[in-house]
Design a protein around this ligand. Structure first.
Ligand SMILES: Nc1nc2c(ncn2[C@@H]2O[C@H](COP(=O)(O)OP(=O)(O)OP(=O)(O)O)[C@@H](O)[C@H]2O)c(=O)[nH]1
Length: 194
């Protein structure tokens, strides 16, 4: 296995869309119908093997509640990727996505990779957001991808993080090609040498 690389991914979106459950499923493989809302930001770390490379993913699970906005904004700058989450059974959470994109554009790094997830795909009978509408929005804003997920039924959770990690590796290699060999010689966060 090649050298370990470290990426920070921030998870944002309205309260109760299921961000914590998605992260918990990713970390433990379990579904925990949790009761409490996130306060500020929670950290989770997991290693993944991507195409023969060892990748360490740190996920920052942020509070969706408005009152924590200033705390969560302070984490945007050092994230390499952002997963924007809505609840596909609650349209208002999808309508908030342009606001979350704006936040990332305002406070995040310029080359940050963004993707969209519509969580709770186990409840399609209550669907309020069409997948096509999510794709249109994602294309308009130049997001990497849209995936419908279910933390409850473990649908597409692994795929979300794998896709994000692959894109981060790809963009890093593009940067490396541009600036190698001097550019990637220290242990700065943006940089990891395979
Ligand atoms: N049906 C269904 N319910 C889910 C799923 N994921 C989460 N939930 C439920 O949605 C509710 C909110 O989940 P959380 O993970 O706490 O939501 P959050 O986005 O982290 O909320 P904040 O911490 O306030 O930002 C809980 O009652 C979960 O059980 C899912 O995939 N399917």
């Amino acid at each position: 296995m090649e050298e370990e690389c470290f990426w920070s991914i921030i998870l944002i979106g309205d309260s109760n869309v299921g961000k914590t459950c998605v992260v918990h499923r990713f970390k433990t493989g379990q579904y925990n119908e949790k009761q409490q809302n996130t306060i500020g930001v929670d950290f989770t770390v997991r290693s993944m093997d991507i195409d023969g490379k060892r990748v360490k993913i740190q996920v920052w699970d942020t509070a969706g509640q408005e009152r924590f906005r200033t705390i969560t904004q302070s984490y945007y700058r050092s994230a390499h990727g952002a997963i924007l989450a809505y609840d596909l059974t609650r349209k208002s959470t999808f309508e908030s996505i342009p606001h979350w994109i704006h936040e990332i554009e305002k406070y995040g790094a310029a080359n940050l990779v963004m993707m969209l997830i519509g969580n709770k795909s186990d409840s399609l009978d209550k669907r309020q957001v069409l997948f096509e509408d999510a794709c249109t929005l994602a294309e308009k804003h130049g997001l990497l991808a849209v995936l419908e997920t279910s933390a409850k039924e473990a649908q597409n959770i692994e795929e979300v993080f794998t896709l994000m990690a692959k894109e981060l590796i790809r963009t890093q290699e593009a940067v490396k090609d541009k600036f190698a060999p001097e550019f990637c010689t220290d242990s700065s966060k943006l940089c990891c040498w395979f």
